[in-house]
Design a protein around this ligand. Structure first.
Ligand code: GLN
Length: 478
């Protein structure tokens, strides 16, 4: 069967009688088996996806199918789906099954999306390479000696390698954007609170946001449209009305765009990534947009601020995994204290343990003000400066990641080097604003380079429309 690259193409082929949802699911199941070595899926819902496909085929035949009929989706192993295992790629949740379905997934199902399986990721979404997973790392399909990025690594590879049409991931500090950049696909994180977090395993609650990984912008817009909106199960989900994002993509305006000069001057930025992004900047200028350099004086502070605040929140969120009521429990315990200690030592991997300890330290009475309070203040400065820039400019552009996909094992012994992989993605997370990564080129090794765009909170519609416009232009020029 041929490969389909958008829901639009799939729907046209279905209408033409060229393909059915069952055949589509069979196609993806075949690819998943063929490319099992990529380790993108932790579990495939084979029988169930085929049954869902039959139901959707019947609905399509009788003309009452939902917006997502024909869309075959994989979900990152941090999203609750009733009756299905949920482990956050950790031993700690061994044997755990979701008791309910997350609101985002529920909304996708209501519009007839087909869920094909559960995807590999960094343990509890902590990582930038998928290498902290308790189930082994996923591999980049463009070069299997390299990482797919993370934490939503399996989700990005699955779309890259045509194992499903789209993936639902989560983004706390770049986890959908950075792997999308490494895998040559689109990764989109909406405004904090745009999509309900009910049923999303918490990492750092004031940052966590569900995001999407797709082959194109229209599919991302449609998925956002379906998942976004108020939710009685999450009081932090925004009450704002949800625009019909997928119908607002044709805007062809001239915009005011800022590029953060300090990002381009940053030491760790790979020369080919830099040239490619600067090339896009020139292309936008030539197309009549106003493009200007802007100052963002806090670049050196964003990674430390992010890691102080997220580890603090994680140490609190992960306190619930104690081996008492569900998930993994160590067998060699003698009393309650040893049950906690051994369960956590054996259940959590090293990176998660490191973050829990770091977070506990920055929240401890003697250091709280020096680290946690200080970082909260710096976050406020970063947010205010980002918002100020976004008042003056419609979009900020910067690379998604300082490098293309790095080698498996390259950064595993150096946590600081791994944390620096997030340097360009955490600004949007600290500020809560929407951001997207779109594939705009490749380096000499054929590895993908992502351009990141940020915009004002709740202005996803123009962010998506403009990203779509850029990708159209690049594909015309290619
Ligand atoms: N790499 C970042 C981290 O390890 C981002 C992770 C994420 O967005 N979930 O925290």
């Amino acid at each position: 069967m041929r490969q389909y690259n958008s829901l639009h193409d799939i729907r046209a082929a279905i209408a033409d009688g060229q393909v059915s949802c069952r055949q589509l699911v069979e196609h993806y199941l075949h690819n998943i088996r063929e490319k099992a070595a990529l380790n993108a899926f932790l579990e495939v819902f084979e029988e169930e996806a085929l049954l869902q496909a039959d139901t959707v085929d019947q609905k399509l035949a009788s003309g009452n199918a939902g917006k997502l009929a024909g869309m075959v989706i994989g979900i990152k192993d941090v999203l609750a789906y009733k009756g299905h295992s949920l482990q956050a790629s950790s031993r700690m949740l061994q044997g755990f099954k979701s008791l309910y379905t997350s609101s985002a997934i529920e909304r996708l199902l209501q519009e007839d999306a087909i869920i094909i399986g559960r995807q590999n990721c960094d343990e509890f979404a902590m990582g930038a390479s998928n290498e902290t997973s308790a189930f082994g790392n996923a591999l980049n399909a463009d070069d299997t000696s390299r990482v797919p990025g993370g934490s939503s690594g399996g989700s990005a590879v699955a779309v890259q390698a045509d194992l499903c049409l789209a993936s639902i991931g989560s983004d706390t500090g770049g986890s959908v954007r950075q792997p999308a950049s490494f895998c040559g696909v689109v990764g989109f994180k909406p405004t904090y609170s745009r999509i309900s977090r009910y049923g999303l395993i918490a990492y750092a609650s004031s940052f966590d946001q569900i995001g999407v990984i797709t082959k194109n912008v229209p599919d991302a817009a449609l998925l956002l449209e379906v998942m976004a909106g108020a939710d009685g199960m999450d009081s932090t989900a925004s009450q704002r009305e949800v625009p019909a994002y997928s119908e607002l993509l044709s805007a062809d305006k001239k915009y005011k765009i800022g590029y953060i000069q300090d990002c381009f001057d940053s030491e760790g930025l790979d020369a080919e990534v830099k040239d490619t992004i600067l090339g896009v900047k020139e292309m936008l200028k030539d197309a009549g947009h106003q493009v200007e350099a802007v100052d963002f004086p806090y670049l050196d502070y964003i990674v430390p601020t992010y890691y102080i605040l997220t580890t603090a929140e994680a140490s609190s969120n992960l306190g619930r995994y104690d081996g008492v009521r569900y998930g993994f429990r160590s067998e060699n315990v003698t009393d309650l204290t040893s049950l906690y200690k051994k369960t956590r030592s054996e259940g959590f991997g090293h990176e998660v343990q490191r973050r829990i300890m770091l977070g506990t330290f920055v929240l401890s009475a003697d250091y709280y003000d020096a680290y946690y309070t200080k970082a909260q203040k710096v976050r406020r400065l970063i947010k205010e400066k980002t918002d100020e820039l976004l008042q003056a400019y419609d979009f900020l552009i910067l690379p998604t990641a300082p490098t293309t996909a790095f080698k498996v094992g390259e950064n595993t012994t150096n946590p600081l080097a791994m944390y620096l992989a997030d340097i360009f993605t955490v600004q949007a997370s600290l500020a809560g604003v929407p951001a997207i990564s779109i594939p705009v080129g490749r380096d000499a090794n054929g590895l993908s380079i992502g351009l990141q765009l940020l915009t004002r909170s709740f202005e996803e519609a123009s962010l998506l429309a403009f990203s779509n416009q850029i990708l159209d232009k690049i594909s015309v020029e290619a």
